[in-house]
Ligand binder design. Structure first.
Ligand SMILES: [Zn+2]
Ligand SMILES: [Zn+2]
Length: 253
């Protein structure tokens, strides 16, 4: 009897502690910060607003198509100028609804979102994840790393690698020089800005040589950065380079 009372008291205390924890640190929507039921989730409004990308899409760059024109179809842009990577996929469109997700993560106040993002990346990557032999993030230059303290692409790569059980090599790629921020540059400027900016250091070549690499970044804008990375990985012997990002810019038309 006394034991039963003690057990119930202990259970009550456990519940109270959990309730207290939820009151102090309730799970919040990854985009807007509204309190939600589960950690790593979006509130219903944000969920409805974020443009998750689903097939049909360009088999090469992952650009979503308005109509299904069959499997293995490439977009006009890829046909005109085949990208340096093999395939790219993204979780959602980069727009007003998804920007808070990216910026909150980039500026460090919502790094706890990494496991949820890892799961989303794994789903978006699909066969790219299944075939990957090594996961590599787009690197941040040392100076920017110092200022920001961490590389958001590396956090995403680690979360994805854990999810799909593929080894992650965070320093397989390095920036040979600091490139000015891509923001504000037009398309051609962005390609010039990062051309030849990346390399695989000799001590990391064996992780890449002969392998299918899955390259991870937060946002795909023109593809200039991931293309420069793909060239560096191929120069180091990579057999294939696929890309997965959280967001991608989808131009109208
Ligand atoms: Zn929300
Ligand atoms: Zn395409």
């Amino acid at each position: 009897m006394a034991w039963e009372i003690a057990r119930r008291a202990a259970e009550g205390a456990g519940r109270a502690a959990r309730t207290l924890l939820d009151v102090v640190l309730p799970p919040r929507c990854l985009a807007c910060g509204t309190i939600v039921g589960d950690p790593g989730a979006l509130c219903p409004e944000c969920w409805a607003g974020v443009g998750f990308i689903a097939p049909p899409c360009c088999t090469r760059c992952g650009l979503p198509f308005a109509f299904d024109s069959g499997a293995g179809v490439e977009c006009g842009e890829c046909l005109r100028r085949p990208p340096a990577f093999d395939r790219a996929r993204a979780v959602f469109r980069y727009d007003d609804a998804s920007r808070p997700l990216i910026l909150g993560f980039k500026h460090g106040d919502r790094t706890h979102a990494a496991p949820a993002f890892g799961a989303w990346l794994a789903r978006a990557a699909g066969p790219l994840a299944a075939e990957a032999e090594v996961v590599v993030p787009v690197p941040l230059h040392r100076l920017r790393l110092l200022r920001r303290h961490y590389n958001q692409a590396a956090l995403l790569a680690l979360a994805l690698g854990r999810r799909i059980r593929v080894p992650v090599v965070p320093d397989a790629l390095v920036r040979k020089r600091a490139t000015p921020s891509q923001g504000g540059l037009r398309r051609l400027g962005r390609f010039r800005n990062v051309a030849g900016a990346f390399a695989v250091p000799p001590r990391r070549r064996r992780h890449v040589d002969g392998r299918r690499v899955l390259l991870v970044d937060d946002v795909l804008t023109t593809g200039a950065t991931v293309e420069a990375c793909a060239r560096a990985l191929r120069a180091a012997g990579a057999r294939a380079v696929d890309v997965v990002t959280l967001a991608r810019v989808v131009r109208a038309g």
